[in-house]
Design a protein around this ligand. Structure first.
Ligand SMILES: [Zn+2]
Length: 106
């Protein structure tokens, strides 16, 4: 259940890198506005936005709405596309055995 603060977040798939960057920008703005907090990232979102990603192609970020607690997951493989969807809980690499490199849990 989303609230009025976070229901503007599009739950969508994207194949165009420009769409991904627009979503990154939206999340950055919502974090700065205090609506969302980052709860997981495998690479700092601001560095993704500025293109400082090294040779990584897979990025996963999770954000929690500070009002309603809804967790949004944004995954992208910059070679093939990605998606934004609601996640049930914060990602735990130990639990899932992820192949996402460089994961850092907050
Ligand atoms: Zn919310």
């Amino acid at each position: 259940m989303r609230c009025e603060h976070c229901d503007i977040i599009p739950l969508t798939e994207f194949s165009d890198p420009d769409d991904y960057m627009m979503s990154v920008e939206t999340f950055l703005m919502m974090i700065k506005a205090g609506v969302l907090e980052t709860v997981y990232e495998n690479h700092p979102l601001e560095l993704v936005y500025t293109g400082h990603v090294g040779d990584k192609v897979k990025f996963f970020h999770q954000f929690r709405c500070r009002k309603c607690g809804t967790i949004y997951g944004m995954f992208v493989n910059t070679m093939s596309g990605g998606e934004i969807k609601i996640n049930e809980k914060v990602f735990d690499p130990d639990e899932y055995g992820s192949d996402i490199p460089g994961g850092v849990v907050h």
